[in-house]
Design a protein around this ligand. Structure first.
Ligand code: CS2
Length: 460
């Protein structure tokens, strides 16, 4: 079958990539970016008529996305799966694709390009190469970048690009991290400290925080077939998403930016309450359902949330443990938000795999669960449900082989000889890149975990 391209276009994208110049560099050209920021950026270009905001997308690891998009002139579909029939929309905002390991120099040159005033990132939690405290200076790739090779790490790319710039830049982290913008600024500052040289432009460079939300499962062959059926041409780069899309961005830019507010984003002075509600309610519950669901043999999140017992636990996690720790942003009703989150998880058409959400727990838990544990313990509460979420991760680590996690070796070695629930809990609590001393030393938390891991191990 013919491939989607500018000459084989059953549904025209709202913008023609040939008419856009590159104004945004995006690091981490996965499915999430293509279903989220790239869509909002296209809508903003259409609404404003501004043609300066085409995107150069950078794949950090493999050339797969470039090989999918290049024959398609950068075009791809977003296959929306909601409760009704699926629909597809072709997106034209990606102008150029770079593969960092093949041409690291081109990535730096693009970040340094004066036509570019914004860099956005979706590189996942582990892509930041941070320990709890800051940049992981023991990471061999960070060390190698610091020697001055063409950079391979995200922080190294940003630093090298900034070092060549005269005009300041705005760098927007779009990953699920607490205070992602300030956090990234700190990592880049630490990198410059380690280099012993801070470029002048760094002070004026802005790192706004942002909260992103859209469920985007990995694309399957069945999705590609569905896209072909809907489009009449093959689209190897299609991405799948739920209808829901939210992007809240701190309005703190060094220079020009796309009119993202015209594309549906919310620009605000304070992202923190949005981000905290999203990470603690949606992402923590997602992870708990992934671990408990996978332990019960469910393949997808929708199957897990259709299990009454798990649905009740998900609801209790939000109302009993998370909501008391939150200050909701203006206009957000947390009860309603929680109900919507569960409805979104129940979407049977998405087929979001429990194992996909379960991966990388060592870097996800501290961000989405452990703040809630800490706040509840500080309030004198016995945080039953959030500790069950952590216990589910511990049991999953014990039970799963191979484990998909950047610290898989360390975690598997830690639990290898653990023959009792208490031994599993103690072995994992002692992983200091995940659990801080206050959590490790809490008797209340430890006792809950030991009882819950015991129960889960005996059931699964
Ligand atoms: C998920 C998120 O895989 C995961 O860890 O919890 O990717 C989630 O789907 C998104 O954050 C939704 O916005």
């Amino acid at each position: 079958m013919t491939r989607l391209s500018l000459t084989h276009l059953p549904v025209a994208p709202a913008v023609d990539p040939r008419q856009l110049s590159v104004g945004v560099v995006h690091l981490g050209l996965g499915a999430f970016h293509r279903a989220h920021q790239a869509v909002v950026t296209e809508r903003a270009a259409v609404a404003s008529g501004d043609t300066r905001w085409g995107i150069t997308g950078v794949s950090q690891r493999s050339a797969t996305v470039r090989d999918q998009l290049a024959p398609q002139d950068g075009l791809y579909g977003v296959l929306e799966r909601g409760l009704g029939d699926p629909s597809i929309q072709v997106i034209g905002s990606i102008r150029e694709v770079l593969t960092a390991p093949e041409d690291p120099e081109a990535v730096v040159a693009r970040i340094a390009d004066p036509g570019v005033s914004v860099v956005t990132l979706t590189v996942t939690e582990k892509g930041y190469r941070a320990t709890g405290a800051g940049l992981d200076l023991n990471d061999p790739e960070i060390q190698a970048d610091l020697t001055g090779r063409p950079p391979r790490t995200v922080v190294g790319q940003l630093a090298a690009g900034l070092a060549r710039r005269v005009e300041p830049l705005t760098i927007v982290s779009c990953d699920n991290l607490v205070a992602n913008g300030p956090f990234l600024r700190k990592l880049v500052a630490e990198y410059f400290d380690a280099l012993g040289k801070v470029p002048d432009v760094f002070e004026a460079t802005r790192f706004p925080a942002s909260m992103v939300d859209r469920i985007v499962p990995a694309t399957t062959d069945a999705d590609r077939d569905e896209a072909a059926r809907l489009l009449g041409v093959r689209d190897e780069a299609v991405v799948v998403a739920e209808p829901f899309l939210q992007w809240v961005i701190e309005d703190d830019f060094a220079g020009d930016r796309p009119a993202w507010e015209l594309g549906g984003a919310v620009l605000t002075h304070d992202v923190a309450p949005w981000e905290q509600a999203k990470l603690r309610m949606l992402n923590a519950t997602h992870s708990m359902l992934a671990y408990l669901g996978a332990l019960r043999g469910y393949e997808t999140i929708a199957e897990a949330v259709r299990d009454d017992e798990l649905a009740t636990l998900a609801r209790r996690l939000m109302t009993e443990d998370v909501v008391p720790t939150l200050t909701p942003p203006d206009g957000l009703d947390l009860q309603e938000y929680g109900a919507t989150v569960l409805e979104r998880f129940a979407n049977p058409a998405l087929k979001h795999r429990t194992t996909q959400v379960a991966m990388d727990g060592s870097v996800k838990l501290p961000v989405r669960m452990l703040g809630t544990v800490r706040d509840r313990l500080a309030a004198g509460a016995e945080p039953q449900v959030i500790s069950l979420a952590v216990a589910a991760w511990m049991t999953y680590v014990r039970r799963t082989d191979p484990l998909d996690d950047p610290q898989a070796d360390r975690l598997k070695t830690a639990v290898a000889g653990a023959s009792t629930p208490a031994a599993v809990v103690d072995a994992l609590l002692s992983v200091d890149s995940i659990f801080t001393p206050d959590l490790r030393d809490s008797t209340v938390f430890r006792e809950l975990l030991v009882a819950q891991v015991g129960e889960l191990l005996s059931r699964s």
